[in-house]
Design a protein around this ligand. Structure first.
Ligand code: GLC
Length: 646
């Protein structure tokens, strides 16, 4: 039998002391990496908050902290449980009717509001939605290009205008809160949410993130603006291999200066809500696993609420609490104790309400923490002018000219045979590629539905596909559509316009798996086949790629005379023809002003935002006016579908 020798008490004490000291040192390093900010309190607002807080029972306080999905709660239940907030997730519509009008959205909002005000007089309900590229759940709304495209414009004024227009649309439907902007600084483009990011440059993310919040929250008190959401805090875009909801290994300095940059911009703009990230953080300098952000008190409270003096509210992500050790979707004191103020608990909200009430009664959540959460919620709510001055009309959902400008400014020309673009007014054009007439492919994820799929052009009565736009610009007689390119001979045309596209996706469903790579032909062979049919057949080929990320396309670019990264343009296809075709009114051609906010890969395994020797670096792109083209074909890998190194 082996006797296990106990370490002498002195040694044990020394080890404990060392561990505590090391832990404290690491904590300091994490907090000190962020700039100290001072709270800016409004005395009158604080007095109103304290007064309202005093009048609430514990039950009412828990109701303020509980956020169900509209598909799972009625106005009567809002009243019964004194619920203070609801959301509609992607593909959540009033009455589950995707054709619901702004007036119908507004009527449901007013029913929830009346119920909430009966339960907690003077304390309004706030309804949140993912308006991430326009009010993208509501039929008829203008859909703007996603953030990856806006990053290519580098235009903060444009982004601010889009925020303002989006706020108007959200208010038209009677809602108060947009879960936007995403402030991810992406490190690996395999991530399915790459397109929600402005780019890989922290300073660009900071600048555009600030502009987005300024636009969204402008006129908040007057009933025009909406609450913005800095998300997903923090380092959602830094996970290993771009795995959605994975682990982000960074040093405390990288965490603050790279992944935190957008939050500093959002805080400068006065952002009032922050959404916690599903991802986890590992301090790669001290080798400390900090675990899921939803339970990270050091970052949610120590850094965000104390060091950065954030006075607004932190909302969890969709059932994010259920991912914490020892927690479920129905019960997680640890998340609230870490600093989550509103828990997004879409369908398990009743059980969560009862479990959380009990945990507070039993002291497993201190009353001081409950009161701090509710104080923050009230502070945010009292900043929102509830009487909206925006009419509940489809017109208020729309800003087509602004979106058209965003499309124009976002296009990046990666290859061009001098003189090919712009196409002439008299050009006869053969259009190929199924995506050329698909508003779903043109809009990407978070469009009418969560994944942006299971929709048809009839879901976008306001939209214009590239095909329709070319027909408007050149006349139907000059534009022939042949989806797979098999029915016509390119030599009968002045040019071929080929549209290739990623199938729309959102979140983890868009992750490039480690058994795959970035080769578009590999993941969408039908696109390669279409291009194969028309390339080198007697007419120059202008290829547009609709994608949520940079992809390996050298084999496709080598079959094209012009190659354009078009991202996900959204509903305003006319913005594409504004650059593809010479202006009809004799105005000067704008050329291509978009420049990459991500490097563009030269190989199928160039996933990293910092890959060496990409085809194009950050800032890359042609104007279309260059006199000379790079005649050499792009190198293509011997093995077109390599399994990339982990
Ligand atoms: C999703 C996303 C988040 C979104 C939320 C509500 O899972 O992570 O960005 O705001 O749920 O739809």
């Amino acid at each position: 039998m082996t006797m296990t020798r106990k370490p002498p008490p002195l040694l044990l004490a020394a080890a404990l002391l060392l561990a505590t000291a090391t832990g404290a040192a690491e904590t300091d390093a994490v907090v000190q990496a962020w700039p100290a900010r001072k709270p800016q309190r409004d005395a009158a607002l604080e007095a109103r908050v304290e007064m309202a807080l005093k009048g609430l029972s514990l039950r009412q306080k828990i109701g303020q902290m509980t956020q169900p999905e509209i598909r799972a709660i009625t106005p009567d239940e809002v009243r019964e449980y004194a619920i203070g907030t609801v959301l509609n997730g992607g593909g959540g519509w009033p009455g589950q009717d995707r054709t619901a009008t702004p007036a119908q959205w507004r009527a449901v909002s007013e029913a929830y509001q009346a119920a909430a005000l009966q339960a907690t007089p003077g304390i309004p309900l706030i309804w949140g939605t993912d308006a991430v590229h326009g009010h993208n759940n509501v039929r008829g709304a203008t859909l703007f290009p996603h953030n990856i495209a806006l990053g290519a414009t580098r235009d903060a004024d444009l982004v601010r205008d889009i925020g303002r227009a989006t706020a108007r649309a959200v208010r038209a439907s009677g809602l108060h809160w947009a879960f936007a902007p995403t402030l991810a600084v992406v490190q690996d483009v395999r991530w399915g949410r790459t397109y929600e990011s402005f780019g890989v440059d922290p300073e660009l993310v900071k600048r555009l993130g600030r502009a987005s919040v300024e636009g969204l929250q402008e006129g908040l008190k007057e009933g025009r603006g909406v609450l913005a959401t800095a998300k997903h805090y923090v380092a959602d875009g830094g996970t290993r291999r771009g795995i959605d909801q994975g682990v982000s290994p960074t040093t405390p300095t990288e965490l603050a200066q790279v992944h935190g940059a957008g939050y500093l911009g959002a805080l400068d703009a006065g952002v009032l809500t922050v959404m916690a990230s599903f991802s986890s953080w590992t301090d790669s300098a001290a080798y400390v696993e900090h675990g899921k952000m939803h339970g990270n008190r050091l970052l949610l409270t120590g850094v965000l609420k104390e060091r950065l003096a954030f006075d607004g509210l932190v909302v969890s992500d969709w059932d994010g609490i259920g991912q914490l050790p020892g927690c479920s979707n129905e019960d997680c004191p640890a998340a609230i104790n870490a600093g989550i103020d509103i828990v997004m608990v879409p369908f398990h909200w009743k059980a969560f309400f009862n479990n959380t009430l009990r945990a507070a009664e039993q002291g497993r959540i201190p009353m001081a923490r409950i009161d701090d959460a509710v104080r923050r919620i009230l502070r945010v709510k009292f900043n929102v002018g509830m009487a909206s001055s925006v009419p509940a009309t489809v017109d208020a959902l729309q800003a087509p000219e602004l979106a058209r400008r965003a499309v124009r400014e976002s296009l990046v020309l990666l290859k061009h045979k001098p003189g090919l673009l712009p196409l002439k007014q008299t050009s006869r054009v053969l259009v190929v590629g199924a995506a050329a007439d698909s508003l779903a492919h043109q809009s990407g994820g978070w469009s009418m539905t969560w994944q942006g799929r299971d929709t048809s052009n009839t879901d976008y009565p306001q939209g214009t596909t590239l095909l329709a736009a070319l027909r408007q610009r050149l006349g139907t007689a000059q534009v022939v559509y042949d989806a797979d390119g098999s029915m016509h001979n390119p030599k009968d045309f002045d040019a071929v316009v080929a549209v290739l596209a990623e199938t729309p996706y959102a979140e983890g469903e868009g992750d490039v798996r480690i058994t795959e790579n970035l080769r578009h032909s590999h993941r969408h062979p039908q696109d390669a086949a279409v291009l194969q049919r028309v390339a080198g057949r007697g007419a120059p080929v202008v290829t547009l790629l609709y994608s949520g990320r940079p992809l390996y396309v050298s084999d496709l670019a080598n079959k094209s005379d012009a190659f354009i990264a078009a991202w996900q343009p959204g509903t305003e296809g006319m913005g594409l023809t504004d650059v593809l075709v010479a202006p009809a009114d004799g105005k000067p051609w704008p050329g291509f002003t978009g420049r990459l906010s991500f490097p563009w890969p030269a190989g199928p395994c160039q996933f990293s935002a910092h890959a060496a020797n990409p085809w194009w670096p950050v800032g890359g792109g042609l104007s279309g006016r260059e006199a000379r083209a790079d005649a050499k074909p792009l190198p293509e890998p011997a093995d077109p579908q390599p399994i990339c190194p982990l």
